[in-house]
Design a protein. Structure first.
Length: 253
C-alpha cells in the first residue's frame, strides 16, 4: 500500500529545528491491522480459556471475563502507547511512534486523550473518519491526534553509537591537547551532548549550536586558535584524558 511521506518541523528547547518523517495512511493501516490481529488472537485465547472447563463459571467468572475482554478492546492501545513510549506492537514492526507535536515524548494524558476518541475515528466503518482526517490534515493526524496534540512519525535508522572521542574529528585526525583545568563537569556535559547529537542536525543549525557551545567553552580553556567544532572535540578529548577516560587509540592500518 502506498504511503505518502510528509515532513513535520519542530523546534527543540535548545532552539534547534528538527524535521520528522510523518507516517502516512498506508503504514498506519498496516500497523493497525497487525494490532487488530493481536487483539483478535487474545480474544480467541480468552474465550477458549473461559470455555475450557464448561460454560458455567458463576457471576465472578463472568465478571472476570468481561473485565479482561474490556481491557483487550479498550486498554490495548493506551497501555502499549503509554508503557512503550508511543508504540504498539504494530507500530514497532512498522517503525512508527506517537510523539507530541513539539517533538517531545507522549505523556499519559495525551495517550489517553488520543485513544478516548478512537471510537469516533472508527466510525462509520473501520476507521473511515480517521482515514479521511489523516489524508486531509497537513501532518496526517486523525481526530484523536488533533485533540491530543500528537503526530505519528516514522523512526529513522539509528547508527551504532561510537565513543565521543572517535565520533569523527573535523580535520580527520585527533585534536591537539589543550588545558581544560578551568572546564567544569557541567560544561563538559554540554560539549558531550553536542558532539553526540551533531550528526542528526542540519548544517545550519549544527553550525549555530556549535558556535553557541564554543562561546561558552572558549573562555574556559587555553587553546590555540581552533574552529568551533574542532575546539569542542579538543576540549572533550583533553577533559577525558585528565580523568583517565581517554578513548582507545585507533588501531594501526
Amino acid at each position: 500500500m502506498p504511503d505518502a511521506t510528509r515532513a513535520a518541523r519542530t523546534v527543540t528547547p535548545e532552539a534547534v529545528a528538527i524535521e520528522h518523517d510523518v507516517a502516512g495512511l498506508g503504514s498506519r493501516l498496516i500497523a493497525l491491522l497487525i494490532d487488530s490481529l493481536i487483539q483478535f488472537a487474545a480474544i480467541v485465547i480468552l474465550i477458549l480459556a473461559f470455555t475450557a472447563n464448561g460454560p458455567t463459571h458463576g457471576t465472578v467468572g463472568i465478571v472476570v471475563f468481561l473485565v479482561l475482554l474490556f481491557w483487550i478492546f479498550v486498554g490495548y492501545f493506551p497501555l502499549f502507547e503509554g508503557l512503550w513510549h508511543g508504540r504498539t506492537p504494530g507500530k514497532r514492526l512498522q517503525r512508527l511512534r506517537v510523539v507530541r507535536t513539539d517533538g517531545q515524548p507522549v505523556t499519559w494524558a495525551s495517550v489517553l486523550v488520543r485513544n478516548a476518541l478512537r471510537l469516533v475515528d472508527f466510525l462509520p466503518t473501520y476507521y473511515m473518519a480517521g482515514a479521511i482526517t489523516i489524508l486531509l490534515t497537513r501532518r496526517s493526524q486523525r481526530l484523536g491526534d488533533l485533540a491530543a496534540g500528537t503526530i505519528v512519525v516514522r523512526e529513522r535508522p539509528i547508527p551504532a553509537p561510537v565513543a565521543v572521542g572517535q565520533a569523527g574529528w573535523t580535520h580527520g585526525i585527533p585534536p591537539p591537547p589543550i588545558d581544560t583545568t578551568g572546564l567544569t563537569e557541567r560544561e563538559y556535559d554540554l560539549i558531550r551532548s553536542f558532539l553526540e547529537r551533531r550528526a542528526a542536525l542540519q548544517p545550519g543549525p549544527r553550525a549555530a549550536l556549535a558556535a553557541q557551545v564554543a562561546g561558552v567553552v572558549r573562555p574556559r580553556v587555553r587553546a590555540v586558535p581552533l574552529g568551533d567544532e574542532a575546539l569542542l572535540e579538543a576540549a572533550a578529548a583533553s577533559y577525558r584524558t585528565r580523568f583517565g577516560t581517554a578513548p582507545a587509540p585507533h588501531p594501526p592500518p
